[in-house]
Design a protein around this ligand. Structure first.
Ligand code: FE
Length: 193
């Protein structure tokens, strides 16, 4: 697991009083019925297939408790639709691109870090772009939420995003910033359990 010292120091420098629990959001209808054979943290490579559509993005961050202590060994799961707005799910007609993994898992490292490679999420069926996120420790589900793209014009029209308080919006809405190797989003996840 690659560490991100700068990010970690940033998280530590934050006063505990300023850290809020990441708000939960509905799981939605498209959590996989059956987990894909390939369910690692690289959603751009499914088995032997490479997904070349959409805007590649790194999504990474930390999973900590309210005091900033890393939840090492926890699992972060993400799932999202492909560039055409389709999930790997019978409820969506199983129409997602075979090369897009659509679901992935990352284990939280000693330093609390996790990372994924995926695409910047796209809108579908009236929803603003989002990535579904679940955090588990063993079989225990600690959090189910959704991650949003800062500055996306669809956010203000989204029924779920609009119902969040400003503080909650700030906690689940992060910029996808262009770097040397594509887009990058940092999503710090804070768990109360
Ligand atoms: Fe969704």
């Amino acid at each position: 697991m690659v560490a991100f010292p700068a990010l970690w120091l940033g998280a530590r420098a934050q006063p505990a009083a300023g850290r809020i629990a990441t708000p939960s959001q509905t799981e939605g209808p498209f959590y996989p019925v059956r987990l894909p054979t390939d369910s690692d943290n690289d959603l751009l490579r499914n088995g032997t297939l490479d997904y070349r559509r959409g805007q590649p993005a790194r999504v990474d961050g930390t999973v900590t408790d309210l005091d900033g202590k890393p939840l090492r060994g926890a699992q972060v799961e993400i799932w999202q639709c492909d560039e055409n707005g389709h999930y790997h799910h019978p409820g969506d007609g199983d129409r997602a691109d075979a090369a897009f993994q659509g679901f992935g898992r990352a284990t939280v490292g000693e330093d609390g870090s996790y990372r994924f490679r995926t695409i910047r999420p796209v809108p579908y069926g009236g929803r603003t772009p989002h990535i579904h996120v679940k955090v588990k420790l063993g079989t225990r589900e600690l959090l189910t939420t959704q991650l949003y793209v800062a500055g996306d014009p669809g956010n203000a029209r989204d029924f779920l995003w609009r119902n969040l308080s400003q503080t909650a919006r700030d906690a689940v809405t992060v910029p996808f910033e262009r770097g040397a190797d594509g887009l990058r989003a940092r999503f710090p996840i804070v768990i109360t359990a």
